[in-house]
Ligand binder design. Structure first.
Ligand code: F6R
Length: 355
């Protein structure tokens, strides 16, 4: 049950540091090395291209995973929406390896794609929260999220667990080529940083109450990983608050979207990555000049005076883990503040078993 919590969503948001720590322990051997099944490891090492296939929040986690695989194990990685893949599969490489991300393991769109992959005889891995689920049974390999049941329709802990498991998988596969990254250490810092954000719920709620409860629309902007987590931030906010929220790669604003900015439109910028931080700030100035009500969520190393939320420093590859908690709380308090049913948003089901 949800115990003293008013909603499952906030309970599940709160559980994330514990899930992260559980994953570190579960996937480490006695020597503190991350390990996965030898055959799975060999299959990935033998592949010339990874194809991540997923829907919704899991798809957004996939973008973060793509960066981890490309940076940590040097395998080009494509990311596909399951509903697109199943009926219009991409041109495949010689030795493709498929990674299905699915909290429930039952999503029909993803299953359709897996059926096709199996018909073609390619190896696959399902990363899921549900042991024995359809996608886990039908894939060649399975890794579990160990996140405990996720009851709220809006996915939270599954997203951060998926990113964590992909980081662990990349570390386990690429042990010889890790660029000096002590992943267990960096993940445990991320868990602590999540706790810091969870301890600041009141400030987040106060900001939401003042800025988001009346708006019909809102934007998240960022570049690179900050864009990827923006996509998830926007989905979370729109699905439980019914505010039309879109995420934009901030460089794209000037190519069209900036036309939507009016006096008072909330624009939330996420800034946690070197090289793109200044550019996102520049884009933020452009929307501010057109009347946007701006908000900055920055990690400590990129923060500037006046930023609304400064998050603790986290390893550059892992900042989405920590920023996710922040944007989940923004969505949660918006839904709560509007008096909506946080756990059961209209028109949605927890597991989408129709195509
Ligand atoms: C959003 C949400 C959905 C799911 C999507 C895929 O909060 O929960 O977007 O992420 O339906 O579900 P799974 O991961 O179970 O395949």
């Amino acid at each position: 049950g949800k115990g003293a919590y008013p909603y499952y969503m906030i309970k599940e948001i709160d559980e994330q540091p514990a899930v992260l720590r559980r994953l570190i322990q579960t996937y480490q051997d006695q020597n503190g090395q991350f390990v996965v099944d030898d055959n799975l490891k060999a299959a990935l090492q033998n592949s010339d291209r990874l194809y991540i296939v997923a829907c919704g929040t899991s798809y957004h986690a996939g973008w973060v995973g793509k960066n981890l695989f490309e940076k940590q194990i040097n395998i080009p990685t494509e990311i596909h929406l399951a509903s697109e893949f199943a009926y219009n599969p991409p041109l495949m490489s010689e030795k493709p390896f498929f990674i299905f991300l699915s909290q429930s393991g039952e999503t029909a769109d993803s299953r359709q794609a897996l059926v096709l992959v199996n018909q073609l005889g390619h190896p696959s891995l399902t990363i899921t929260n549900v042991k024995g689920s359809t996608l886990s049974r039908e894939a060649t390999y399975t890794l579990l999220l160990h996140a405990g049941p996720e009851i709220a329709v809006a996915s939270t802990k599954a997203y951060t667990a998926q990113i964590t498991v992909m980081a662990i998988l990349a570390a386990a596969v690429g042990q010889t080529q890790q660029h000096g990254l002590d992943l267990a250490h960096e993940l445990s810092i991320a868990a602590t940083n999540m706790e810091t954000i969870l301890a600041e719920k009141d400030q987040i709620k106060a900001w939401v109450d003042e800025n988001l409860l009346e708006t019909p629309n809102a934007f998240y902007i960022g570049r690179f990983l900050d864009y990827y987590v923006s996509m998830e931030a926007a989905l979370k906010l729109k699905e439980i608050s019914y505010i039309q929220t879109e995420a934009f790669a901030s460089g794209e604003l000037k190519h069209g979207t900036i036309a939507l900015i009016e006096e008072g439109t909330p624009v939330i910028a996420i800034i946690s990555q070197a090289k793109v931080d200044k550019h996102t700030r520049g884009n933020l100035e452009e929307v501010k000049a057109r009347g946007a009500k701006t908000c900055v969520i920055a990690t400590q190393d990129f923060a500037q005076p006046g930023d609304q939320f400064v998050l603790p420093k986290t390893h550059a590859l892992l900042t989405p883990l920590v920023i996710a908690v922040m944007v989940q709380l923004i969505a949660y308090y918006t839904s709560l503040g509007k008096g909506l049913d946080v756990d059961k948003p209209r028109n949605l089901a927890k597991s989408v078993t129709v195509e």
